[in-house]
Design a protein around this ligand. Structure first.
Ligand code: NAD
Ligand code: UDP
Ligand code: UDP
Length: 324
């Protein structure tokens, strides 16, 4: 039976999406246990929650077994930005695969629901556009992105096998590019790069000719959808389920928008396109709409304004600290 106030484990809870999720779960009245090894996450992301008696923070690496007693698990632990997940690719695969095995073993013992933060990267460089969940993808298994893409694909396999073999109640969410406050300024992802470059007057680095596309989802919308998917009792909620904002933009569109919204005088600078960089990406979100009535509410311009305000405040603080 699912109680109103549950003990919820969030792995990767000190990261960008994870910290917003922890906050939302606390607001809903749950007890949150946040597990993180602080590889890309930082304590500041959860600083505002540390005084809350219903929040616990545990430093732990999910590639090792974990024994806690909880009613529900969100498995988000994994670096998400290419520069971070390629820094120690073996550890990235271990985090996805061994992390999934350990968290699924925990869910199996406790007989609780577990949600996996999967990714649009399971579609690789997609030849079907927009991407529906039934598309099997186009991933290079030996390229520099494979540690992330194949790690996440194997994690999906494990989730479905624990579901079929052991009856573990699973939710698999395929998350598309998400942005918002608390992205790390040096995270390397395009939204944080462009905003930091625009705010500091540095050139905006356009990889390749900038005609590749992405679909950007604001973090508040993402968290609403993840919680709705976890809560849904519909048999289809097992997934996989795409979550993202179907608005599709080229990197040149994004750069122009960031320059306009920041009022920056930065110029654009071409840099080589990284190997295996997907050409296009846009979610088909029919399933999550049918299942949870979810559609994203925050458009790119509105979301960027909020994200820029956050980075501006961080940058001002950074300047003040350096000047002191
Ligand atoms: P993030 O890097 O900010 O957060 C990941 C968190 O996991 C960090 O706090 C990090 O310290 C922690 N972590 C990494 N390895 C760990 C380990 N072995 N043990 C314990 N903790 C570990 O990234 P994010 O953007 O918040 O992404 C969260 C999840 O969502 C990830 O699983 C990511 O793959 C998935 N996702 C994100 C996006 C996106 O655009 N942000 C898109 C698709 C999927
Ligand atoms: N596991 C864990 N916490 C638990 C239960 C299991 O971390 O409370 C880990 C356990 O160490 C094992 C993994 O989950 O490596 C998979 O568990 P499962 O029961 O599927 O496999 P087994 O223990 O039989 O190898
Ligand atoms: N990108 C870019 N300049 C940057 C960082 C990224 O043009 O400074 C491009 C990158 O090549 C990719 C897109 O922006 O085509 C999104 O990159 P990101 O790393 O944010 O996410 P992912 O490639 O994982 O979707």
């Amino acid at each position: 039976m699912r109680h109103f106030r549950r003990r919820v484990l969030v792995t990767g809870g000190a990261g960008f999406i994870g910290s917003h999720l922890c906050e939302r779960l606390l607001q809903a009245g749950h007890h949150v246990i946040c597990v993180d090894n602080f590889f890309t996450g930082v304590r500041e992301n959860v600083a505002g929650m540390l005084a809350n008696p219903y929040f616990e923070l545990i430093r732990h690496d999910v590639t090792f077994p974990l024994s806690v007693e909880v009613d529900e698990i969100y498995n988000l632990a994994c670096p998400a930005s290419p520069i971070h997940y390629q820094q120690d690719p073996v550890q990235t695969t271990k985090t996805s695969v061994l992390g999934a095995i350990n968290m699924l073993g925990l869910a199996k013992r406790l007989k609780v629901r577990i949600l996996q933060a999967s990714t649009s990267e399971v579609y690789g460089d997609p030849q079907v556009h927009p991407q529906p969940e039934g598309y099997w993808g186009n991933v290079n298994p030996i390229g520099p992105r494979a540690c992330y893409d194949e790690g996440k694909r194997c994690a999906e396999t494990l989730f479905f096998d624990y579901h079929r073999q052991h009856g573990v109640p699973i939710r698999v969410a395929r998350i598309f590019n998400t942005y918002g406050p608390r992205m790390h300024p040096n995270d390397g992802r395009v939204v944080s790069n462009f905003i930091m470059q625009a705010l500091t007057g540095a050139p905006l680095t356009i990889f390749g000719d900038g005609s590749q596309t992405r679909s950007f989802c604001f973090v508040d919308d993402m968290v609403t959808a993840l919680v709705a998917l976890m809560e849904s009792n519909d048999p289809a909620a097992v997934g996989p389920i795409n979550i993202g904002n179907p608005g599709e933009f080229t990197m040149l569109d994004l750069a122009a928008l960031v320059i306009r919204l920041t009022g920056s005088r930065s110029r654009l600078e071409s840099q080589p396109l990284p190997q295996d960089d997907p050409r296009q990406r846009r979610p088909d979100i029919t399933r999550i709409g049918q299942l949870a009535g979810w559609v994203p509410e925050v458009g790119l311009e509105d979301g960027l304004r909020r994200t820029i305000a956050y980075f501006r405040a961080q940058h001002d603080i950074g300047t003040m600290i350096r000047a002191a």
